[in-house]
Design a protein around this ligand. Structure first.
Ligand code: BTN
Length: 336
């Protein structure tokens, strides 16, 4: 079968495909006849035939036997919106889900959708990104099947200067989800990284559309290296990065991680909208990889050196320097 990647890059599974898939998944033991499908889903037999064809293009292995009907044998590896929806117990995050096999960047797509009015909480997830973006104009390596690459459209009614606090909130939710599922000591590295054993396992790219006093929307892009093996990373990255599997010695279900992250992030996000970081600060500090350590922060052209002491209610990192305390709002931190 020819590769469908290009075709699929800008499409998601449509409603009929999702409904049929759910039905086939719920009846994996037996064949379902066209008649049964038609009765249950109120679809015309021709639509069923076309939908099966379409699902096969998405790499679903569906057996068909004359007189018996259809049976799902194998589902592809990417995260399906119908499956996410079924498992997710959130009110806002993931209310709309767009799941792709491959996109350029989920953040770019999220931005365009948000500009077009997409709802708060819309989740864009892709199995692969061909132009994944990191902070500071860097790329983000996003190969298929191994990681979690997603963006959330958020519309918090907070002034723009407060929105960056969401980066550390997402980091907190991610570290908690990893800890919960694997028992690994996942940490938050201010302002936007998630580390295990001092190596980067995840990163957050927060992008804002704002006016002076108003946040229109925020795109929270989250990338997690889940099931990579050492050889899966490009050489130039391998000293600094890791994956959950490399640290844990076992594969982790990307679906489980996604669900756990979204449920945790929603609770934190709702609290953040009313209370900022006030309630989350204690946990953020507890899971911080930096507090108490000597650090160097690059902030524009300035370099600030000292001991990381605190994270304040605005999400700023408080550094004790030779000249006194400095609150740093953003920057690139190195432990020295
Ligand atoms: C960083 O640590 O530099 C941030 C990395 C953020 C990567 C994620 S993957 C999903 C989303 N889409 C992107 O293009 N980037 C973010």
């Amino acid at each position: 079968m020819p590769s469908q990647n290009n075709r699929n890059s800008i499409r998601t599974l449509k409603a009929a495909e999702e409904d049929l898939l759910t039905l086939l998944r719920d009846n994996r033991e037996s064949f379902l006849s066209t008649r049964e499908i038609s009765d249950k889903l109120e679809l015309h037999p021709y639509v069923i035939y076309q939908t099966i064809k379409e699902l096969r293009r998405w790499d679903f292995e569906i057996a068909s036997e004359k007189g018996k009907g259809y049976k799902l044998l194998e589902a592809p590896q990417f995260l399906l919106s119908a499956e996410i929806r079924e498992k997710l117990k959130t009110r806002i995050l993931g209310k709309e889900i767009l799941s792709y096999r491959t996109v350029g960047s989920t953040n770019d797509l999220g931005f365009r959708l948000a500009e077009g009015g997409a709802a708060e909480g819309t989740l864009i997830v892709s199995d692969q990104q061909t132009k994944g973006r990191g902070r500071m104009g860097r790329g983000w390596y996003s190969p298929p099947k191994l990681g979690l690459w997603m963006s959330l459209i958020l519309r918090p009614q907070v002034p723009p200067y407060k929105a960056p606090g969401l980066s550390i909130c997402a980091g907190l939710a991610l570290a908690q989800a990893i800890q919960d599922l694997s028992g690994l000591d996942a940490r938050i590295k201010w302002p936007n990284d998630c580390l295990i054993n001092d190596k980067k396992v995840g990163g957050i790219l927060l992008e804002l559309s704002a006016e002076l006093d108003r946040t229109n929307f925020v795109i929270a892009g989250i990338g997690v290296n889940v099931n990579h093996q050492p050889g899966d990373f490009p050489k130039k990255l391998s000293a600094k990065v890791t994956s959950i599997r490399m640290e844990w010695g076992r594969e982790l279900s990307r679906m489980e991680l996604l669900i756990s992250f979204l449920e945790r992030f929603e609770a934190i996000y709702l609290d953040f909208k009313s209370n900022g970081l006030t309630h989350q600060r204690r946990l953020i500090k507890k899971l911080s990889s930096l507090l108490g350590r000597k650090v160097q922060v690059k902030f524009g052209k300035e370099i600030i050196e000292g001991q990381a002491q605190d994270i304040d209610d605005n999400g700023s990192l408080i550094i004790k320097t030779k000249k006194g305390e400095r609150a740093v709002r953003a920057g690139e931190v190195t432990v020295v």
